[in-house]
Design a protein around this ligand. Structure first.
Ligand SMILES: [Zn+2]
Length: 412
């Protein structure tokens, strides 16, 4: 159990998630409740805080904690991962997910949107993290993903239904369990043996049923989706967010932008060959994933060009290694490589997801009144998102969970 201590962080440059540039000589006053009490020029903040312990960050950069919008803490891709997840009993599953949650937080991800977990273990984990019994990010979860019989994810804990009634029932069951959002698989994908990425899977009345019930209960719906035509149908029915979008077009991304539908590209999943090898996935899966790469990249470029709201999500475990960094940071680098300005990419990982989650009053930027969820980096992220490779401190709610150089103990 960790408790926040009241403190003022000084000797830092700030990327606050609001302004696009770095602000020098700032101070951040954090209260005993783990909330930010004041941010601003260091002398003003020190004068306001009075006799509060001061932590010197040695001139490093502070930025908001990252939000990863496509996480499976119980990822069960065909291969070793599925074996481990599916052979575990419920207690073992929770421990496995707790381990992934801790690593996720240590990777700088202070908020995670879970888009398909199993056996309602995610709700127990969310409770444990909120109570301070387990180290992990703030959790927003969809509970089980939903799919049609034999649809995408059925082997990986998605719940199957058919017909509008069946989907209404499953949607309500997730909300009953405590779901913050609903995840539905409307087309094929990479990890299902008997489907293709462009297999349409839900009929219009089924998609409409999920969206209607979720919206009536104040929840957003995000869809696992590949082909442009399936995405177009779902967007017209009121979908809120598209995952992967392996085969988006100029036309459908224009429609998404016009309707304010978000996109979480998870671009790493069609280029993470080493991760697939290490996970021992079958050959057909590897071939399909990497084969989707070029078209997936074009989808991301269409979305960037047409102004679709984009948020960071990795699908791979957020902490998984990728090119000597994490999948989360690599995803952000790829977004910039695909043409997204650095300033937009940083927001896609911080304040924008908080907006989608309706949590931007408390999360996503370093602003008075919000949770003190922040990272310390050696390099400047507004010059290059690769600065996240120099991350060495992770704080959530005013509590330090990672501090590689003991910097936050250097009080004065
Ligand atoms: Zn996924």
């Amino acid at each position: 159990m960790h408790r926040a201590t009241e403190q003022v962080l000084v000797n830092l440059a700030l990327y606050d998630g609001v302004a696009d540039h770095l602000q020098a000589d700032q101070g951040i006053w954090i209260g005993v409740d783990g909330m930010i009490r004041a941010v601003g020029p260091v002398d003003d903040v020190l004068a306001e805080a009075g006799d509060v312990p001061v932590v010197d960050l040695g001139g490093d950069v502070v930025m908001p904690g990252l939000t990863n919008m496509h996480v499976h803490l119980s990822l069960g891709l065909p291969g070793h991962l599925a074996d481990e997840v599916h052979r575990s009993n419920l207690a073992e599953l929770v421990l496995l997910m707790a381990d992934s949650a801790r690593r996720t937080l240590h990777a700088g991800v202070t908020t995670a949107r879970l888009v398909g977990e199993g056996r309602y273990a995610d709700f127990a984990l969310r409770k444990g993290i909120e109570a301070g019994a387990v180290d992990g990010p703030r959790i927003f979860t969809a509970g089980h993903a939903l799919c049609c019989t034999g649809g995408h994810g059925w082997e990986a804990d998605a719940l199957e239904a058919d017909g509008a009634d069946g989907f209404r029932q499953l949607t309500r069951a997730q909300i009953r369990a405590g779901a913050d959002l609903i995840k539905v698989c409307i087309s094929g994908g990479i990890a299902g043996q008997y489907e293709a990425i462009d297999t349409p899977q839900l009929l219009d009345d089924e998609m409409a049923a999920v969206i209607r019930v979720a919206h009536d209960w104040g929840r957003k719906v995000t869809a696992h989706a590949g082909p442009a035509d399936t995405v177009r149908r779902a967007v017209e029915l009121g979908l809120d967010c598209v995952e992967h979008g392996y085969e988006l077009t100029d036309e459908v991304t224009r429609l998404m932008a016009e309707r304010g539908v978000w996109y979480v590209p998870t671009i790493v999943v069609s280029r993470c060959e080493q991760f697939f090898r290490d996970s021992g996935v079958p050959g057909w899966l590897m071939e399909r994933a990497l084969g989707a790469g070029p078209r997936h990249w074009e989808s991301l470029q269409h979305a960037i060009r047409n102004g679709v709201p984009i948020a960071l999500g990795s699908d791979m475990p957020p902490h998984a290694g990728y090119d000597e960094t994490t999948a989360t940071v690599r995803e952000l680098e790829f977004m910039v490589d695909a043409g997204m300005p650095v300033a937009d990419a940083l927001k896609a990982a911080t304040i924008r997801p908080a907006e989608w989650l309706n949590a931007d009053d408390k999360l996503g930027s370093i602003t008075a009144g919000k949770h003190a969820d922040l990272l310390v980096l050696r390099d400047d992220p507004t010059r290059s998102v690769s600065a996240l490779r120099t991350l060495h401190v992770v704080m959530k709610g005013g509590v330090v969970y990672r501090d590689d150089h003991g910097r936050t103990r250097a009080r004065r």
